[in-house]
Design a protein around this ligand. Structure first.
Ligand code: IDC
Length: 452
């Protein structure tokens, strides 16, 4: 039984990988986005109408009261069409400053949630309505307001197959699983009365980490219930990943409605190696995941750099290190740079070069070039091929430029610059290259010179 589920999830992952997701394909052809159909839960798996496994990946807003401006049509369309996001989460704090139960403008917040649902729907995305419990610790504290809120939302949105209800973000402060269940048993029937089938996601104790407690004692009275697990990659590592694996093995349907690439404060070091391990584990298990957060607040978790004032049409320059990782993880590609203000005459965008470096053949393509603030920028994409006839467990390459360069950005390798020379070395995850094998998706942006 367990094996069948795992096989289905794997098959689903393959279909998603090969098809790129039906929703995305529709957007590419200019056709209106396909409406995301109803979902349901079977065992640990999230399935579509045809009974196929579905993995949703996307981003969360920051607190709606603080960053309402990212809830707009162009932004959500870009997230879907260009970033490949299948889901957006609308995070509405309950107890923080301006929160729904702490003096916030309830009418304005509800309107923003409904607007967000409409933008997501128009863009062809699923959308999570998140009752963002945090400093209120125990969701029972504001259960009356929650019941009224979800009553109204589920009545208004009953005909939207793409809405998922997250009834409590992160119970904490010692709130027990029994207390969360008591709250869930109060809220779920309110939603069920209007929408008998919608997916409802229930938070787990200790900031959504005690999934083992939910696995040991799940909610059995209702269908289509999922449980949230949250991680912050620099804080939560092997132990929480293991808890996730064990809970899934025990049959618990998990949805990672929030994760950060940094530490649990939302700030501190961005740990992309750990984030990669999390993504690999969630992809393997078919678990859906949503990044915190879509805003330009000056903290590591933010997708946008603090100086980015845009609310849509984001380009590579607008993204923080975490935002770049999110984009690259969702699409498998580096984000496009801003369109060149002035064409750079000496380098055509399709210039390519085949170089050799320490047993690696390096095929370099100038993917883009542009000028900004009087400087010329060049974005290269590389494919490195092992020509030694033997497997490599680590590699380096050295590239010479026409002039001294400055490195703006680089991905899927470690980079050092020495005058007009750029040295690359392997990342842990792409150091093993079989004889004749290639490493792809390596790239960088430099200013100052082009490849010789
Ligand atoms: C953080 C925000 C930060 C804000 C704070 C409010 O990143 O800007 O000031 O909340 O208290 C969570 C929470 C999420 C947190 C995030 C980072 O769900 O609300 O956002 N985090 O601390 N759980 C673990 C980490």
């Amino acid at each position: 039984m367990k094996r069948t589920t795992a096989a289905l999830i794997l098959l689903g992952a393959l279909i998603l990988a090969l098809g790129g997701g039906g929703l995305r394909a529709a957007a590419d052809t200019g056709a209106p986005p396909e409406a995301p159909g109803p979902l349901h839960v079977e065992g640990a798996a999230l399935l579509n109408e045809d009974g196929e496994p579905v993995q949703l990946r996307g981003v969360s807003t920051h607190g709606l009261a603080w960053f309402p401006e990212y809830v707009n049509e162009a932004c959500f369309r870009q997230l879907h069409d260009q970033w490949g996001a299948d889901v957006v989460r609308l995070a509405m704090y309950t107890a923080e400053y301006g929160g729904y139960c702490s003096g916030g403008d309830q009418q304005a917040l509800k309107e923003l949630v409904l607007a967000g649902v409409e933008y997501a729907t128009q863009a062809g995305m699923y959308v999570i309505v998140d009752w963002h419990v945090l400093t209120d610790l125990d969701p029972n504290v504001h259960a009356d307001e929650a019941a009224a809120f979800f009553q109204e939302m589920s009545a208004t949105l009953a005909d939207h197959d793409n809405v998922l209800y997250e009834i409590c973000n992160e119970p904490n402060g010692g709130t027990s699983w029994a207390a969360v269940k008591q709250y869930a048993r109060r809220i779920i029937p309110v939603i069920r009365e209007n929408d008998p089938d919608a997916i409802v996601i229930v938070g787990t104790p200790n900031w959504c980490q005690y999934v083992d407690q939910a696995a040991a004692d799940p909610i059995t009275e209702y269908d289509n219930i999922m449980y949230s697990l949250h991680f912050y990659a620099d804080t939560h590592r092997d132990a929480l990943r293991e808890a996730m694996e064990n809970a899934v093995a025990a049959g618990l349907p998990i949805f990672v409605t929030e994760y950060g690439t940094c530490d649990a404060s939302g700030n501190g070091a961005v740990n992309l190696d750990e984030a990669d391990k999390w993504a690999a584990a969630m992809d393997r298990l078919g678990i859906s995941y949503v990044n915190w957060s879509l805003c330009n607040k000056d903290e590591s978790a933010s997708i946008l750099r603090p100086e980015c004032g845009k609310t849509s049409d984001f380009t590579a320059e607008d993204l923080s290190p975490s935002g770049l990782w999110v984009y690259e993880t969702l699409t498998g590609e580096h984000p496009p740079a801003a369109p060149a203000a002035t064409p750079v005459p000496e380098a055509e965008p399709d210039q390519s070069a085949a170089l050799s470096s320490g047993g690696m053949r390096v095929d370099a393509v100038l993917a883009n070039s542009w000028q900004s603030e009087g400087k010329s920028f060049y974005q290269y994409t590389l494919t490195l091929t092992n020509t030694t006839g033997a497997p490599m467990d680590g590699w380096t390459a050295e590239l010479a430029f026409t002039a001294d360069i400055a490195l703006q950005d680089g991905w899927n390798a470690d980079y050092t610059v020495d005058g007009g020379t750029l040295r690359l070395s392997a990342k842990d995850y792409n150091r093993d290259v079989p004889a004749g094998g290639s490493v792809t998706d390596v790239g960088f942006i430099v200013s100052g010179g082009t490849l010789q």
